[in-house]
Each structure stands twice: as structure tokens, then as C-alpha cells.
Design a protein around this ligand. Structure first.
Ligand code: 3HC
Length: 311
């Protein structure tokens, strides 16, 4: 069964087609996709926190409404991705426990604080911008449920990125204090956003295999470079600078050179020692506990309707 299964799997991958939940797949493929899709979902859910902290402090009703819509979208992205991950055979409560017990990762970027309102702009422009650069190729991931979830998520991320851009544009063209606040947010978010693409290719254990399986379509460094090339031009249009003295056009390469990123810091943040790891995880655990009654009620309702249907 495995030989025929493997041959069928290899054929589908070589034809660049889709692997669906009921197709035979190598255990390693199932394991790696469960890892990536569930951690992607965890990132969306944890990613709600920095922005949710600013909903009550938004400077206008319009900004409050937009930010609420964005945070709700992130929750929805988490739900799509947990649903996609579950089709690989691991129950959602097990995936959730992996996060709650510190056995699963989420994107390092969310362990940095959102200190001012301008951070809502920098997160939208840089963090959602990086997420889009990373997620558009994932729309073509070989695992069907993941690729299809990405299509819907990318459409919503574009709105997230635009509203972030607009916040920074208004601040940058506002009072000198507002422009300073926008520049400060970009200064803090720039490098951690570039690290959302993952470690350098030379230090990326999953990349080779992930690319062979048509999950990762471009390497971490390729997408990071694509993103840098995009934001240099956008920063000029914003009237803001990027905090990187080594940023400069390289005619030969046809790309912007950019400065060394701090991979020590990256590893330390991922290991749980970033500025906000403790508070993000504490908040997540509390939210899970406070939500227990909803889960119990839903389970009781499901049991009741099932019993009624069986009667
Ligand atoms: N934060 C935390 N962990 C990271 C990371 C980051 N920025 N970058 C890499 N890692 C982890 C990987 O998960 C892996 O650890 P693991 O084996 O325990 O999973 C390890 O570092 C080595 O990295 P690799 O490059 O070998 O791993 P991948 O091939 O999986 O590539 C990735 C990493 C590019 C992040 C890939 O997993 C990916 O594309 N994931 C989906 C995208 C994603 O998760 N995006 C989250 C962005 S947040 C978001 O979208 C919310 C937005 O709406 C605001």
C-alpha cells in the first residue's frame, strides 16, 4: 500500500498538483505540514494581542472600527488554519495544547511590544506586508486545504496592509510629533519583520524538503529580499526612512543590499526570551481558561442535538 501510495504521491508532486486529505502521504509530509499550518494558526491568534491592546485607545471611531475588523480577521485566519491542520489528523485541542504548553512556535514578531498608535501602522504595513509576501506563494502549496485557506487570507491581508500604510501616511504627513512617532515605530518593527521570513537559507533545516514537496516555493532569503525591494520604495513614498545604514541599491544584483540581521536575538526570542513572550502566553492561557464555558456549552449542545437526532 505504501509503495503504491508513495508512487501516487510522487506523481502528484511531480505534476505540481494537489495532495488532498484522503490521499496517501508520507508520514514526514503529514508531520511537517501539521507543524507549519498549526504554527501559522498560532501566529494568527497570538498576533491578535498587540493590536487588540489598542482598540480601546484608537484615535477615532473610524480607526477603532478598522482595527476591530482587522483583529477579527486574524481570529478567522486562525480558525481557517486550525481547520486545515485538523484535516492532517491532529485534533484542534491537541494543537492548542501544544501552544499552551510551550511545545509549539508562533511568529517571533508578536513577541515585540506595540508601544504607540503608530505601531498599528507599522504592523499593518510591515508585518502584514511581510505576511503577504510569504503567503502569496503558499496559495500554491501542494497541500490542498492549506493552499485554499491562503487564497482567502491573502485577500484580507491586503486590506490589513493598506490600512497600516494609511495610518503611517497620515502620521508622516501630520505634526512633527506624529511623524516622529511613525518613524520610531518603523525603526522598531523593521528588523523583526524581516525575520518573519525565517532564518537564513544556510540555517533553515526544513527548506530543502519543503521546497521538494512544493510547499515552500521560494527560499526564506529570496522572499526576504523581495520584501526589502518592495518596502524601500514604499518608505520613500511615506516620507519615512528604514533603520538600516547598509541598505543600498546593488546594480549588479538588481536588488537592494541590506544589513546583517541579529539572529542571536531571533533565537533568543523564539526560545521564549523576547520582550513580550511571557505576557503573550499568559494572555493566551487566560483567554483559554475564560473560554472553557463556551466550549462546554457547545459540547453539551452538540450532544443534545445528536441525542435528539438519534431518538
Ligand atoms: N518565528 C518563529 N519561528 C520561526 C520563524 C519565525 N519568524 N521562522 C522560522 N521559525 C522556526 C520554524 O518554525 C522552524 O522551527 P520548527 O521546526 O520548530 O517548526 C525553525 O524556525 C527553522 O525554520 P525553517 O526555515 O527551517 O522552517 P520553515 O521551512 O517552516 O520556514 C516559515 C519558516 C517561513 C515561517 C514557514 O514555516 C512559513 O512560511 N510558515 C507560514 C507562514 C507563517 O507562519 N506566517 C506567520 C506570520 S504572522 C501572520 O501571518 C499574522 C499576520 O496576519 C499579521
Amino acid at each position: 500500500e505504501d509503495l503504491a501510495g508513495q508512487a501516487n504521491f510522487d506523481r502528484i508532486i511531480s505534476e505540481d498538483s494537489r495532495i488532498e486529505p484522503r490521499d496517501w502521504m508520507p508520514a514526514a509530509y503529514r508531520k511537517s505540514l501539521t507543524r507549519q499550518v498549526s504554527q501559522h494558526a498560532h501566529s494568527e491568534i497570538i498576533g491578535m494581542q498587540p493590536e487588540a491592546n489598542w482598540i480601546t485607545r484608537a484615535p477615532s471611531l473610524k480607526r477603532k472600527a478598522i482595527l476591530m475588523a482587522k483583529v477579527q480577521d486574524e481570529a478567522g485566519h486562525g480558525l481557517y488554519l486550525y481547520s486545515a491542520a485538523e484535516t492532517l489528523g491532529t485534533r484542534r485541542d491537541e494543537l492548542n495544547n501544544q501552544l499552551l504548553e510551550g511545545r509549539a512556535k508562533y511568529s517571533s514578531i508578536f513577541n515585540y511590544p506595540a508601544r504607540t498608535w503608530a505601531d498599528m501602522g507599522a504592523i499593518g504595513w510591515l508585518v502584514d506586508g511581510a505576511a503577504i509576501a510569504n503567503q502569496v506563494p503558499l496559495c500554491r502549496a501542494s497541500y490542498g486545504p492549506y493552499g485554499r485557506a491562503m487564497v482567502r487570507i491573502c485577500k484580507e491581508e491586503s486590506f490589513h496592509q493598506r490600512q497600516g500604510w494609511e495610518i503611517l501616511y497620515e502620521l508622516s504627513n501630520g505634526t512633527p510629533e506624529q511623524k516622529k512617532m511613525a518613524q520610531d515605530a518603523v525603526n522598531r518593527m523593521y528588523a523583526p519583520a524581516l525575520q518573519m521570513f525565517g532564518p537564513p537559507d544556510s540555517d533553515s533545516p526544513h527548506s530543502q524538503q519543503s521546497m521538494k514537496w512544493n510547499v515552500k516555493r521560494f527560499s526564506n532569503d529570496e522572499l526576504r529580499q523581495r520584501f526589502v525591494d518592495m518596502i524601500v520604495v514604499q518608505a520613500e513614498a511615506l516620507g519615512l526612512t528604514l533603520p538600516d545604514p547598509d541598505l543600498k541599491w546593488n546594480e549588479e544584483r538588481g536588488h537592494y543590499d541590506y544589513g546583517q540581521l541579529d539572529w542571536e536575538e531571533f533565537s533568543s526570542v523564539i526560545a521564549g526570551n523576547g520582550p513580550c513572550n511571557t505576557q503573550r502566553m499568559q494572555r493566551r492561557r487566560t483567554a483559554h481558561e475564560e473560554g472553557a464555558w463556551v466550549r462546554e456549552a457547545a459540547a453539551a449542545y452538540a450532544a443534545k442535538t445528536a441525542a435528539a437526532a438519534a431518538a
